[in-house]
Design a binder for this molecule. Structure first.
Ligand SMILES: Nc1nc2c(ncn2[C@@H]2O[C@H](COP(=O)(O)OP(=O)(O)O)[C@@H](O)[C@H]2O)c(=O)[nH]1
Ligand SMILES: [Mg+2]
Length: 431
């Protein structure tokens, strides 16, 4: 895992260092990405698909306020999240019964202890049932695990008897450690079905080792065919370079990964959240701020589209527009917007005025900036005094704000969308 992560972080670094990003750079990055994923044992077709998607999407212009660099990193992030599972899977936090299945050595028994610890830490009572008697010490191992996490362990050699015993444990999360074998053969399937019919599990988790890589696809498909698998737990993610490939193989097999285990201790289990996983792969800190920025730009675009302009956003947009030159000029350049009858000089604010408007807005309360409609006479007086401006100047700002808000509402969202997929105003006006 560390290898893949290191390579992907290198890739992000490379993108950040490009002076500009043209098709050539995109091509280079995609090649690097391909190499990293293939070296980590990700399926060839999957890698090819992902590359094509990124190349195609990279041709689009980014949203306003977002650089091409950031856009490319976000693209890679999104596509990685997609092949690694997409959405996070739900985990119910209530008493129910979980059957763990898997081949020998996949990590069932230790995972049983980790799950017990997990549910206990969420305030639920837990009981475990040991149904593995295929190896001499298998049950004792589970008992030891139970002692470690302070959870009772029921002997499940006869699963009918164990079901009776379980009646004394109503209201608890039940974790069933089933038998393992070297391969999923008829005998194992029969055994699992017998355990399940007597103990009635609601969740049936397949436990697979992280080092399986691409082979995880075949294994999960086989298990799915034989029994009704409801989720997957991938173990030993801390000690394999193929964890990423295993997770992508699970996604391809439409097996839902619920948990990862990342060590030998009871607390070394975590919910599997594809977004978080990819963030970590790519270097969490950096990416977090980038994702927040995307969220911010999205929210802003949405606000504007819904006519929810407030004074903070208004001012921000004005600053952008000053950079672009007169709004009238900019509007004229956009096909379809040229006809919009803007009075000359509308919103074309000089530097001096911008400064004053900044002081005025700074003198307002949060409430006033969010709902400028409430700024009536006495508030206007207070703001003028506080900002060292005049009542006329405050009124002028407010009337310009109203104008802009009205204009935004009149715009056809579909038309606006054409301009760089709903960016901020400066971009909608052709920036
Ligand atoms: N490093 C590491 N080792 C693990 C992890 N999960 C399981 N193991 C080890 O994998 C081996 C097999 O685990 P076990 O639970 O006995 O597998 P079972 O045969 O399916 O019950 C044991 O040596 C465990 O300590 C993990 O997340 N990280
Ligand atoms: Mg075991």
């Amino acid at each position: 895992m560390a290898d893949l992560s290191e390579r992907l972080r290198g890739l992000v670094g490379k993108i950040s260092n490009y002076v500009s990003i043209t098709d050539k750079e995109v091509e280079e990055i995609v090649k690097d990405l391909q190499r990293s994923l293939l070296q980590a044992d990700v399926d060839l077709d999957l890698v090819f698909d992902l590359s094509e998607k990124i190349k195609k999407k990279a041709k689009k212009e980014p949203e306003a306020g977002v650089s091409k660099r950031e856009y490319l990193i976000k693209l890679i992030y999104d596509e990685l999240v997609e092949i690694l599972g997409g959405e996070e899977e739900e985990i119910k936090l209530e008493p129910y019964s979980i059957l763990l299945m898997g081949l020998f050595g996949s990590g069932k028994t230790t995972t049983a202890g980790k799950l017990a610890y997990f549910y206990k830490s969420k305030g639920l009572d837990v009981v475990m049932v040991g149904c593995d008697f295929s190896r001499p010490a298998a049950f004792e191992q589970l008992q030891q695990v139970g002692e470690k996490v302070n959870v009772p362990v029921i002997n499940g050699k006869d699963s009918k008897k164990a079901a009776k015993e379980l009646e004394k444990h109503k209201g608890k999360v039940v974790i069933i450690d089933s038998a393992g074998r070297d391969a999923l053969d008829k005998k194992l399937i029969e055994k699992i079905k017998e355990i399940d019919s007597n103990l009635k599990s609601e969740e049936k988790y397949l436990v697979i080792p992280g080092e399986l890589g691409q082979d995880a696809k075949k294994q999960s498909e086989e298990f799915k065919k034989a029994v009704n698998v409801t989720g997957v737990i991938v173990t030993r993610m801390d000690s394999t370079a193929k964890g990423g490939a295993t997770l992508t193989a699970c996604k391809t097999a439409e097996a839902k990964v619920k948990f990862l285990t990342v060590g030998e201790k009871p607390q070394d289990l975590e919910r599997y959240v594809p977004q978080r996983f990819v963030s970590r792969l790519l270097g969490f800190g950096d990416l977090q701020s980038l994702l927040e920025k995307f969220k911010f730009e999205e929210d802003k675009a949405k606000k504007i589209q819904e006519g929810e302009l407030d004074l903070d956003l208004f001012y921000e947009q004005l600053v952008e527009m000053q950079k672009q030159g007169s709004i009238k000029k900019v509007v004229d350049m956009i096909p379809g917007f040229g006809q919009m009858k803007l009075p000359s000089g509308a919103l074309d604010v000089g530097e001096e005025k911008m400064k004053k408007w900044k002081y005025i807005i700074d003198s307002m309360t949060h409430e006033e900036r969010k709902n400028p409609e409430i700024i009536k006479k006495s508030r206007v007086e207070r703001v003028a005094k506080g900002s060292g401006t005049t009542i006329q100047e405050v009124n002028e700002l407010l009337s310009n704000f109203k104008k802009m808000k009205k204009m935004m509402k009149k715009m056809d969202p579909k038309k606006m969308k054409k301009f760089r997929g709903m960016g901020d105003l400066s971009k909608m006006f052709g920036g």
